[in-house]
Design a protein around this ligand. Structure first.
Ligand code: URP
Ligand code: ZN
Ligand code: ZN
Length: 457
């Protein structure tokens, strides 16, 4: 057999462990995984001796170019996908933006027009629902049949017109569940958030540190508990995005213990950063929702990640430049909220998870590849190193060291929330469907061939 590419002598890491294997790639798929393809013919061979070979990673939560507070997050699908590839991410799952008066299909078409022929990596979409009328909910069954199986609602952001009330949440969940889709929830109790925010602003407390004091762990926990009760009543699965706090986690675990089918996601910012960032001179740069928390919160999240209660780590990539953030200086409630993260997802999780012994390599593959692929219906092709899967590969040198600095990153943000953090390892290659996108830190993608992924139904 002649291969297009062979990645030789690497330690292949799967959700089960590590094995020394060669990977033979043909027509964009993994054709052979075998101990010795030394004598096989290939158009190109990569020597991965001493390196780790991972499946391409999935970032299940990104917002490329979304409108927030009169501006748009600064990465579009082009710059964001280059950044993703340079961090080992070969699939992103982005969110539609459901504007007032739009059908869900129009919102899907609009997002597709921003992604198609722009994204250098494969992408899928979660469908945001901000209007729960019969007509809009009536679109969901057909969209699910077509492979748009994941939906998203917010229990906050009332003033931005994005919030669902709990009765509305129940209606969306019932529809999505009936048609075997999956609903994702941004869980914060809006009444608590608005009351705390108003109180702080009225008292003249407008600095960045009042962001976590307005959007509290209690607000997260209250919303998770309420949503879990509704999911329990409907016997529906529910995916909680960007879990940030110990209190929120405990609310989720209480529900899971009584059998509620909650799937929990967290993000690197809640694992490696803390709310002390808000006290720095440019603390408002770190304003994201939910806010950064304390080290105790992070430790609880790491533990839940290690023991399997948190099943996905994704980034909530929603970057703004320092100029865009500027309007939030001294006014936490006016700052466009969100952080860059897609390029640093895997390096951070490897360094602060695997290299510190908090999680195993196999667990990292589960939360960054295998589980997101399974949960969002992409597992036939993505999230695994197996014969017949897409040849999405990451070659990582665990012996190298690096430091995160904004000038080395590839997105449009001119700053990084992780500036100066040390990284244990360095990315050698990112390969999408057998094509080399990144080699020794350099992005090579001269053609744009990211595809829309539809979920298996
Ligand atoms: O602050 C954030 N995370 N902005 C993006 C929208 C969201 O809530 O996920
Ligand atoms: Zn959110
Ligand atoms: Zn988000």
């Amino acid at each position: 057999m002649i291969f297009d590419l062979i990645v030789r002598n690497g330690n292949v890491v799967t959700d089960e462990g590590e094995e020394r294997l060669d990977v033979g790639v043909r027509a964009g798929q993994i054709a052979v995984l075998a101990p010795n393809l030394a004598d096989a013919h290939a158009l190109k061979k990569i020597d991965a001796s001493g390196k780790l070979v991972f499946p391409g990673f999935i970032d299940a939560h990104t917002h490329m170019g979304i409108p927030i507070m009169d501006t748009d997050s600064c990465d579009d699908f082009e710059s964001g996908s280059v950044a993703a590839a340079c961090g080992g991410v070969t699939t992103i799952i982005d969110f539609t933006v459901h504007q007032l008066g739009q059908t869900l299909r129009e919102s899907v078409q609009e997002r597709l027009s921003k992604a198609e022929r722009k994204s250098h990596i494969d992408f899928a979409l979660h469908v945001n629902v901000t209007d729960q009328s019969e007509q809009r909910l009536g679109e969901i069954p057909t969209l699910i049949e077509e492979g748009f199986t994941a939906y998203k609602v917010f229990s906050t952001y009332r003033q931005a017109g994005m919030m669902v009330t709990w009765p509305e949440f129940r209606m969306v969940l019932r529809t999505v569940h009936r048609h075997a889709g999956l609903l994702c929830l941004h869980a914060e109790d809006n009444d608590l958030v608005e009351a705390q925010t108003d109180q702080n602003i009225a008292a003249g407390h407008r600095d960045a540190i009042y962001h976590p004091r307005s959007r509290t762990p209690e607000a997260e926990a209250t919303a998770i508990s309420r949503a879990a009760e509704i999911a329990e009543e409907l016997d529906a699965s529910l995916y909680i995005v960007h879990l940030s706090s110990r209190a929120g986690l405990e609310a989720g675990l209480r529900a899971k213990e009584r059998g509620v089918k909650l799937i929990l996601e967290t993000c690197p910012q809640y694992l490696v950063l803390s709310e002390e960032k808000y006290l720095e001179q440019n603390g408002y740069h770190w304003i994201t929702t939910p806010p950064l928390r304390t080290e105790e919160d992070s430790e609880a999240l790491w533990q839940a990640l290690a023991d399997g209660h948190i099943e996905v780590v994704a980034t909530d990539h929603c970057p703004f430049t320092s100029e865009q953030k500027e309007c939030g200086r001294g006014a936490f409630h006016l700052t466009p909220n969100g952080l860059p993260g897609v390029e640093t997802l895997f390096p951070l999780l490897y360094t602060y998870g695997v290299a510190t012994g908090r999680i195993s390599q196999a667990r990292l593959v589960q939360v960054l590849a295998k589980r997101p692929a399974e949960i969002f219906g992409l597992a036939a092709r993505k999230g695994t190193l197996a014969v017949g899967a897409d040849a999405d590969l990451v070659v990582w040198d665990p012996a190298a060291t690096d430091v995160i600095t904004a000038d080395k990153l590839h997105g449009n943000a001119d700053w990084s929330p992780y500036e100066g953090l040390k990284i244990s390892g360095r990315l050698n290659y990112t390969i999408l469907r057998g094509e080399i996108l990144v080699e020794q830190g350099e992005f090579l993608g001269d053609k744009v061939f990211g595809n829309l992924l539809l979920a298996d139904v």
